[in-house]
Design a protein around this ligand. Structure first.
Ligand code: SAH
Length: 394
């Protein structure tokens, strides 16, 4: 790890970096030093060579590294990381204190002052996601800091910079799976050592809560791209009369049953369908099925044998299919985690979807990331989640 390298920012980007923009982008620098290796720490300077901030090099999909201090005296060391992690954990005390919720994010990369990794808490165990080779070289230091907290018994990791993530267990005690976590009093079965996903997307906590609280009583609910059926379970807790969960992945059948069973709900009364949702829409139209509440939370990109879906381009078309099977005065919960467009563009896509139908709608609620997924105010694009609750007028 070299420490003396200086990198000069192009004048037009200096102001942004001085004000706290945390992402290092090569193309914003006058010259990117060839000798710079992953994990090297360097100084960004203005055109006159004056210190602006200090960062580390770690290439990931978003950029080329992250700034971690605007204080010339501060270095990347155990003191800095201990301070940031301690502050992050303190900020989540309201969640640690809430017995009805035992899984949440405790470190959100640049939102908590250090980009390149995130850490999610699952009732005593952590899942750390590392996004670059560079950040992974600080792995030992970071896991030791986390393990020094009595709340954390063991650590799993996902190396997002690698193709596969075979060995996920890192340190401390191992959990037994399924690890049952609670969210607003509802149980969810999680597996921290089984591929990229754990069984629940923690960033949708507020949306699941709102579904249970206010949108489910006596409703016939369709959950598309349902994964383990977490939205269906939330709807059943909220009093839904029936749920239908549709996902193309074979695992979704057993996983959705399991999420119901760990809550004492009988899956046999529910429909869990393993099928491409685009096929299912055709079937539903043919059978004249309609639903009072439809949840749609697709991946940003998905390819099945017949259909390629890209949120950036295909979301309006997807919504049109949903509108066709939504009951009069029904509700659609439209969600996307695609970071490439913001809420404004998403609202436009919704408007575009309705343009070619004879239905009209109101946006009754909108959500972005929950409080534990802290967003850096100088990096608003980190707030990737967009969820709109739409009630149809007819
Ligand atoms: N909404 C879910 C998470 C969705 S993850 C939740 O909050 O828990 C994306 C899911 O979409 C995956 O389970 C994947 O199998 C599914 N998927 C991708 N393309 C699909 C398609 N064409 N039809 C049905 N499911 C699809």
């Amino acid at each position: 790890m070299k420490n003396s390298i200086k990198v000069k920012i192009f004048p037009k980007f200096t102001k942004g970096y001085k004000e706290g923009y945390p992402l290092i982008l090569k193309e914003r620098m006058e010259k990117w030093p060839k000798e710079l290796q992953e994990a090297d720490v360097f100084e960004l300077t203005d055109a006159n060579g004056h210190f602006v901030a200090r960062g580390y090099h770690g290439e990931q999909n978003k950029g080329d590294g992250w700034l971690f201090t605007w204080d010339k005296k501060e270095q990347l060391d155990e003191n800095l990381l201990t301070r940031l992690i301690t502050e992050a954990i303190q900020k989540r005390q309201f969640l640690f204190a809430d017995d009805s919720t035992t899984a949440f994010r405790i470190f959100n990369g640049e939102g908590d002052g250090f980009g390149g990794f995130t850490a999610d808490y699952y009732d005593g165990f952590l899942v750390i996601q590392w996004y670059s080779v560079g950040v992974y070289s600080f792995q030992k230091m970071i896991i030791d800091i986390f393990l020094s907290f009595p709340e954390i018994n063991g650590i799993y990791e996902k190396r997002r910079f690698q193709e596969d993530t075979k060995e996920d267990f890192v340190a401390g005690q191992k959990a037994t799976f399924p690890l049952i976590i609670k969210e607003n009093g509802i149980n969810y079965a999680t597996y921290l050592d089984d591929g990229w996903m754990t069984g629940i997307f923690l960033d949708q906590r507020d949306v699941r809560r709102r579904i249970s609280e206010d949108y489910s009583v006596s409703k016939n609910v369709l959950n598309t791209f349902s994964y383990t059926g977490a939205f269906s379970v939330a709807a059943l807790f909220g009093g839904a009369s029936k749920t239908t969960s549709v996902d193309v992945a074979g695992r979704s059948l057993s996983k959705t049953k399991e999420q119901m069973e760990v809550n004492g709900l009988d899956p046999s009364g529910q429909s869990i369908i393993v099928e491409d949702v685009f096929h299912y829409f055709k079937y539903a139209v043919r059978k004249q099925l309609t639903f009072d509440l439809v949840v749609v939370d697709p991946p940003s990109f998905a390819r099945t044998k017949k259909v390629t879906f890209r949120a950036a381009k295909d979301y309006p078309a997807l919504l049109r299919e949903i509108i066709d099977i939504t009951a009069p005065n029904g509700t659609i919960i439209a969600s996307t985690n695609y970071a490439g467009f913001g809420m404004k563009a998403f609202k436009k896509m919704v408007a575009e979807a309705f343009e070619t139908t004879d239905r009209t709608y109101k946006i009754v609620e909108s959500h972005s990331l929950p409080a534990d997924f802290t967003v850096n105010k100088n990096f608003p694009e980190g707030n990737y989640l967009k969820v709109l609750f739409l009630t149809l007028d007819i």
